[in-house]
Structure formats: C-alpha cells, structure tokens
Design a protein around this ligand. Structure first.
Ligand SMILES: NC(=O)c1ccc[n+]([C@@H]2O[C@H](COP(=O)([O-])OP(=O)(O)OC[C@H]3O[C@@H](n4cnc5c(N)ncnc54)[C@H](OP(=O)(O)O)[C@@H]3O)[C@@H](O)[C@H]2O)c1
Length: 243
C-alpha cells in the first residue's frame, strides 16, 4: 500500500487530493496548521474509504520544525503533494511588509524548506514523487498580483531544478499550474466560468500526472496557450496593459 503526504491538507485543493488518492486506496498523512479541521477531515476519509489516515501539525513558515516534522512520519510517504499557499490583495501586500514576507515565505521559502528535506531523503532512497502546486501567476509578473506571482515564479523554477537534479535518482517531480480554481482563496473574485476549474479537477489531474510521470501540467488545457501568448508579448506592449 502506498502512502501520500499532503502538506496543506485542509486547503480546498488539498481536501480534493486526499479524496482522490483515498478512493485509489492510498494511505494518507494529512498535514496542516489546524488540528480541528484535520481531525474532521480524517474522520470523513476513514468513514468513506476506510484507509489509514494520520494527522500532523505543520506550519510552512516554522522552518525550524520541518526536519523533525518529516522524521516523525511513519510510514514514510512515497508521494508528497505541497499544496499550501497564501494570496492576499496585491496592494495590501505591497503596503504591509509583514504581508509581503508572509506571501513570499508561505509560497516560496516554506515550500523550499520542507521540500529540500524530502528531496534529500528521496534521493537517498532513489525513489519517490514530489508534486508542487505553483501557479500561472508565476509565468509573467502582472501589476495586479506580482508579489504572489513572483513567489510562485520562484517555486516553479525551484521545482524545475529539482526535477532536473533528481531525474537520475529515479525521483519524479510534477509542477502543477492550475489556472483559476473555485476555492476559499478565490471566493472574493469574479472568476470567468469557462476558465475556472474545480478542486476535484485539479486532484484528478494530479493523480494522472503522478501515474504517468508528467512533468508540468495545466489543469484546463487552454491555459498553456493563454500563458504562451502572454509570455510572447513584447515588453513594450505588455507594460502598457492593465493586467
Ligand atoms: N484557487 C486558485 O485559483 C489557485 C490557482 C493557482 C494556484 N493555487 C494554489 O493552490 C494551492 C491551494 O490553494 P486553494 O486554492 O485550495 O486555497 P485555500 O483553500 O485557501 O488553501 C490554502 C491553504 O494554505 C494553507 N496555509 C496557508 N499558510 C500556511 C502555513 N503557514 N502553513 C501551513 N499551511 C498554510 C491554509 O491553511 P489553513 O487551512 O490552516 O488556513 C489553507 O489550507 C495554493 O498553493 C495556491 O497558491 C490556487
């Protein structure tokens, strides 16, 4: 029986990933900051799927705790999905240095801190799969979202380097670029229906990507082409746009 670790398991996408892998009979380590949400999620998974489910407190920005957190996991996970993230209004984030650091530390530094530890262990074992949820916001900085976007850009580059480094060790790394998804993070936004996925879509694509060893996935296929056009726009044109 394989085991998956979900970092940020109480996120809407994390919950959907947990259900997706539970219905495929994976045992699950659920990790997040909130014990009451974790225990409700564990109970739900146990009742629906009767799998082994373990809960762990995990704070992405408590970097000093990451090594001992990972060492305590028993059994060690075969797959890790790094789902946690943080996004606030860009103008608020720019005006408040605490919000700027929280955005960078949650989406980039925290993810790098825990995944460096897991990657080192997987490299030694010469097996394992690491899945990182990044964002199309990281593909080109836009005035409306460039603090979050730049943290996700760093995370995307990190995952690319990790995939390149670990390939010869038999460890696979998947980068997930979901596009818009209906979750708590985006509930205040008026998202275009046709461009927006549901957490269950993201979870299904992650499951397939792990099985088929895909490298970089967009959940709705047209996001690849939307971002291709956005990236190809010449800077003199792009800088005049209100994006
Ligand atoms: N929704 C979208 O359109 C979209 C698009 C592209 C990428 N993403 C990415 O998808 C991932 C999941 O987000 P979501 O859309 O499912 O939103 P969400 O439900 O708001 O999930 C965000 C999660 O991050 C967790 N978190 C925040 N700071 C943390 C910390 N310091 N330590 C541990 N956990 C922390 C939160 O934990 P609590 O439950 O304790 O609050 C929450 O569960 C994020 O990485 C996000 O950037 C989302």
């Amino acid at each position: 029986m394989a085991t998956i670790l979900i970092l940020g398991a109480t996120s809407d996408i994390g919950r959907a990933v947990a259900r997706q892998f539970a219905c495929k009979r994976f045992d699950i380590h659920l990790a997040s900051r909130d014990p009451s949400k974790l225990s409700a999620l564990k109970t739900d998974l146990n009742i629906r799927y009767s799998i082994q489910c373990f809960t762990h407190l995990f704070d992405a920005v408590d970097f000093a705790s990451h090594e001992s957190f990972y060492k305590r996991l028993e059994p060690g996970p075969d797959i890790v999905v790094c789902v946690f993230g943080y996004m606030n209004e860009n103008e608020l984030v720019i005006d408040d240095p605490g919000e700027t650091l929280k955005t960078i530390n949650t989406n980039y530094t925290g993810a790098v801190s825990i995944l460096n530890i897991i990657a080192a262990d997987y490299a030694l074992q010469e097996k394992g799969c690491i899945v990182g949820i990044s964002s199309v916001a990281g593909e080109r900085g836009r005035q409306s979202n460039y603090i979050y976007g730049s943290a996700k850009a760093g995370f995307t580059a990190y995952l690319s380097g990790l995939r390149n480094k670990l390939y010869n060790k038999g460890v696979h790394v998947v980068t997930v670029l979901p596009g818009f998804v209906y979750t708590k993070m985006t509930e205040h936004l008026n998202l275009p229906k046709r461009l927006t996925a549901h957490p269950e879509d993201v979870a299904r694509h992650i499951y397939i990507a792990v099985q088929k060893k895909k490298n970089i996935i967009y959940v709705k296929w047209f996001w690849r082409w939307i971002m291709c056009i956005i990236k190809l726009m010449p800077e003199p044109v792009f800088k005049r746009m209100k994006l």
